[in-house]
Design a binder for this molecule. Structure first.
Ligand code: HEM
Length: 497
């Protein structure tokens, strides 16, 4: 019989007590779920346990494997599958269209509140209220439109050139360049300058600064809190030391964003003709119908978080996938070699193969492949013949939408040529940037960075290959998926012959 060692129990540290508390709570929740199963979803297929508990889903979530796990359920049960007592995942085009509908958008589910900015003000990304979101979106859309991106082209070009120079230096010194690192510096410098009017100068420094370090950890813990909202609840009772540190980091980032935006606003007030345009310039110029200062700061923070890793990871997988296949690499390198010395965005948009490579990278390696959870509105709704009651969470995940074998034959193979004849189904099933009224607002900036980054890279390094230096292997590139996706090894070594 187990005997409780009270002497030992008294000596448990605060962290050990916290772990005991979390495990106890999980056990309690499991028992409660078994006594009271979730919503009655007549006929929605799924594993038997999904009606009773979400523990398997959470376990897969801890492993960074939720998206492939949900995809395995789709393969077994079809396009509509129950994944927990209160959540259904949908992978059909018709279902995704119903959920991400422009005219009657479903609200984002409450888990998005766990991404709240340190100043507690909701922003474009985490806003749940449809009206609040629509107001922010209306005010920010013009600055993020495709035509407004012309003002940012110079920034993207300068930073891409600097990124190439730094990668070439690293290849020379180290024998290979960690392209993940340099793409991250490239995208954070671009989004920083477009947002704050001043870049983080990461490419110049060549190493992460305090802001980026804070950003990475805060984004990671945002993902954990979104997957396990219980952590937030516990944290309100017992402040876990780790979360205290995360809070300090979030506040420090907030202060930095506030100071940068204030500095830019003062500059604008002193000289309204200041030509340095940012995503927020229009809002400072607007006399009415604008965002408040804290709302601008919260949105600026969201842009930095949402606009750095996402684009950097896409570029990383693009380069890696292209460098693994000589035929694809030569075809792309030849195409971009044909560009004139000074080329523009319009020239890049006209390159068919480059754009196929980008589409295929976004398909197979989407930076946000996980479920995008939404709430079924009052009155309920029918999706693909199944009745979904109000309050149920319905998700769509790009990971599954992009692996529909009827639309993308042989889905695990990286085959840019499949986009040479793009069908309507392929377009409808592609969701790397989300869907409907909550589609990524940074899509045009991201596409510009992807085109410019990839073109510059394969013009500069036409014979680039995946390196095996320092033990680098395919295992480093295994996808780890929380809300965002990143390569397990957090590095990608490429060399050029
Ligand atoms: C390849 C790069 C990118 C990918 C794959 C990507 C993906 C996504 C996805 C899937 C969503 C929808 C999230 C949801 O429904 O919960 C989203 C939303 C968003 N993204 Fe991006 N993103 C990228 C780049 C960017 C950039 C460069 C920025 C900023 C400059 C940005 C800012 C945002 C914002 C603010 C939202 C929320 C939009 C709204 O709800 O109205 N993203 N992104």
């Amino acid at each position: 019989m187990a005997v409780i060692d009270f002497e030992r129990a008294r000596t448990l540290s605060l962290t050990q007590w916290a772990i005991v508390f979390v495990l106890g709570f999980l056990l309690f929740k499991l028992v409660a779920e078994l006594i009271d199963p979730g919503l009655n979803l007549a006929g929605v297929p799924g594993p038997w346990y999904a009606r009773w508990t979400n523990i398997i889903l959470k376990y897969q979530g801890i492993l960074g494997n939720k998206a492939p796990y949900v995809e395995s359920l789709h393969r077994k049960y079809g396009p509509v599958v129950r994944i927990s007592p209160t959540e259904v995942d949908v992978s059909s085009v018709t279902g995704a269209k119903r959920i991400h509908n422009y005219r009657q958008p479903f609200e984002k589910s409450d888990v998005y509140t766990h991404f709240l900015a340190a100043n507690g003000i909701a922003n474009l990304f985490n806003a749940i209220d449809v009206e609040y979101h629509a107001r922010h979106r209306r005010l920010l859309s013009a600055s993020m439109s495709e035509s407004s991106m012309k003002a940012m082209e110079g920034i993207v070009q300068t930073k891409a050139e600097l990124a190439m120079k730094r990668m070439a230096e690293e290849m020379e010194k180290r024998g290979a360049a960690d392209v993940l690192k340099w793409w991250l510096f490239f995208t954070t410098d671009v989004v920083g300058e477009c947002t704050f009017g001043d870049s983080f100068r990461m490419l110049e420094q060549g190493r992460k600064n305090q802001y980026i370090d804070d950003l990475e950890r805060t984004a990671f813990f945002g993902g954990i809190r979104q997957t396990f909202p219980i952590v937030d609840t516990i944290n309100k009772v017992v402040t876990l030391p780790l979360f205290k540190e995360v809070h300090i980091r979030a506040v420090r980032m907030q202060t930095y964003a506030e100071e940068s935006i204030r500095r830019y606003r003062n500059m604008m007030t002193a000289d309204p003709s200041n030509p340095k345009i940012t995503f927020f310039t229009r809002l400072f110029n607007a006399e009415d119908k604008t965002l408040t200062f804290p709302e601008i700061v919260s949105n600026a923070g969201a842009f930095i978080v949402a606009g750095s890793d996402t684009t950097a990871h896409t570029l990383t997988y693009l380069v890696w996938a292209v460098c693994r296949d000589d035929v694809i690499r030569k075809k792309l390198a030849n195409e971009v070699a044909g560009l004139k010395e000074k080329y523009h965005e319009e020239d890049l948009k006209a390159l068919p193969y480059l754009n196929c490579v980008i589409q295929e990278s976004l398909r197979l390696y989407p930076a946000a492949p996980s479920g995008l959870p939404r709430k079924v509105p009052a009155g309920g709704v029918e999706i693909d013949g199944y009745w979904m009651p109000a309050g149920l969470t319905v998700s769509t995940q790009a990971y599954s939408m992009h692996r529909n074998t009827e639309i993308f034959p042989n889905p695990e193979s990286f085959n840019p040529s499949r986009w040479e004849k793009t069908t309507k189904d392929m377009k409808d099933s592609s969701m790397p940037f989300g869907g409907g009224s909550r589609t990524c607002i940074g899509i045009h900036l991201a596409e510009m960075e992807l085109r410019r980054g990839a073109a510059h890279f394969f013009r500069t390094f036409p014979r680039a290959r995946v390196s095996t230096a320092e033990g680098f292997s395919d295992a480093d590139m295994r996808q780890v998926i929380y809300f965002l996706m990143y390569p397990r090894g957090k590095r990608c070594l490429i060399h050029c012959e």
